[in-house]
Design a protein around this ligand. Structure first.
Ligand code: UD1
Length: 430
């Protein structure tokens, strides 16, 4: 299994182009199942999560064509999808266990083919991650759902029907799934307490280009008037706000300056505000955000994760890395996921001073220096937090379990090297 070696202490300076968002691309790819026409997605990040999802959909019969392209002035991947010969309506355990978000096949397949079988994903490193809201909403739309041998078996012999659905939590996954399902349902569906993340807005934009009738974009009430069929479309994936936020912290923690090209500041309002409160310079330019930590004293600040537009849980671990070397204390409260402090013991092994209180809060008291160590994390964002700690630590840090990073950070070493990091991948046979 590959490892990443970092020698800390370099000040990062330069430009990083922000890739297309993984969490937007996953539902966008699945939206291609809603039509027999071609759906072209530009700016799809080259990540293992996308490769896994593509292989699941290819197993089902989706045609997938990959092209190297240019998007917003930078090399990027375009995929052309065509779902005119879907033969399998089953997502087997071997695919789902590698990639939870394969649950995005549920809504589109049930809506278009009236049947789907989907292996239940099981637990995950950052909490239980149930899909009850997805399933109960599909039931409200007339689906019969049975759970058998670890599989969800869903049928809607007469097609899905519009319904008035009120989500108990503003779930990102359920919002995407039900949006896709409702586009081809008979009648109108109204979702209340829908999630408002930019990745959902991106999905709505693609679906509307495909001929869907969705209103309420960017709000928590979405109205979807079902149509008979959808057509093909061409769409570019929105920039990854979590990747942008992660590299923003790389600039801050090394007291350097990084220009985040193609990042969208509107999608990062809370994280940028927190960075400014911590003493970091933030400048918004036409097509980029400049993060400037040069000569700054980083000060502790409290963070409470929340649904968008609140502070994203997917940046909690990375901000915690910054807090470990800030002056004073910071209180981090995680309100979205249980068990999302798995990075804390590893950061402490590098010399951080963090105390966890209960299941949801951690107090971080800034220390003068971290020291390099062999570390590992159990999820994607926590792994990046360890990279950040390694960038500022004395000596060498080895981050194990690199497959987590490969799920969500395109060209990680290349991007960090280009701004001056001493980082390399150590290839090891499995
Ligand atoms: C997505 C993101 C993930 C991010 C999360 C919250 C993807 C692929 N992943 O995950 O990176 O951390 O949003 O911003 O886009 N819940 C239920 N029942 C359900 C569904 C969710 O109780 O049926 C709960 C979850 O346990 C959690 C909360 O709702 O406490 C939010 O989950 P959700 O927004 O669904 O997260 P994901 O879509 O899985």
């Amino acid at each position: 299994m590959d490892k990443i070696k970092i020698v800390g202490g370099n000040v990062l300076n330069g430009k990083i182009n922000i890739s297309g968002a993984k969490n937007a691309a996953l539902p966008l790819v699945c939206a291609s199942l809603l039509t027999a026409d071609e759906v072209t997605l530009k700016n799809v990040p080259n990540l293992s999560d996308i490769t896994f999802l593509n292989s699941l959909l290819q197993f089902m019969g989706l045609k997938v064509e990959k092209k190297e392209d240019i998007y917003n002035g930078y090399p990027a991947t375009t995929y052309v999808y065509k779902a005119n010969e879907i033969k399998e309506l089953i997502a087997p355990y071997d695919f789902v266990r590698k990639m939870r978000a394969s649950y995005y096949v549920l809504g589109p397949l049930l809506a278009r083919f009236k049947h789907v079988e989907f292996s239940l994903p099981g637990g995950c490193a950052i909490g239980a991650r149930p899909i009850d809201i997805h399933l109960s909403s599909l039931e409200q739309m007339g689906a019969n759902i049975e759970i058998k041998n670890g599989y969800v078996i869903a049928d809607a012999p007469d097609g899905l029907k519009g319904a008035h659905i009120i989500f108990s939590k503003a779930s990102v996954g359920a919002t995407c799934n039900i949006l896709m399902a409702a586009t081809l349902a008979h009648g109108t569906t109204k979702i209340e307490n829908a999630a408002k993340e930019p990745e959902i807005t991106d999905l709505i934009d693609l679906l509307n280009k495909m001929g869907a009738k969705i209103q309420g974009r960017g709000t928590s009430i979405l109205t979807i008037e079902g149509v008979k069929e959808l057509n093909g479309a061409v769409h570019g994936v929105v920039a990854d706000r979590i990747e942008a936020g992660s590299y923003a912290i790389a600039a801050a923690i090394t007291k350097g300056r990084i220009e985040l090209i193609n990042a969208n500041p509107e999608h990062l309002q809370q994280p940028l505000r927190v960075l400014e409160k911590m003493g970091v310079g933030v400048e918004i330019l036409d097509n980029s955000i400049v993060i400037d930590g040069r000569g700054k004293t980083i000060i502790g600040e409290d963070v409470y994760t929340d649904y968008y537009p609140g502070f994203p849980t997917d940046l909690q671990a990375q901000f915690m890395a910054l807090m470990t070397v800030a002056e004073g204390a910071s209180l981090v409260t995680e309100s979205i996921w249980e068990n999302r402090f798995m990075h804390v013991p590893e950061l402490c092994r590098m010399g951080a001073n963090i105390n966890i209180h209960g299941r949801a809060s951690a107090i971080v008291r800034g220390v003068e220096k971290l020291s390099g160590a062999p570390v590992m994390a159990t999820d994607l964002r926590a792994s990046f937090a360890l990279i950040l700690a390694g960038l500022v630590a004395d000596g060498e840090t080895i981050v194990n379990r690199v497959y987590h990073l490969d799920r969500g950070y395109e060209k990680l070493e290349e991007k960090l090297k280009a701004v001056g990091a001493n980082i390399e991948r150590i290839k090891e046979a499995d």
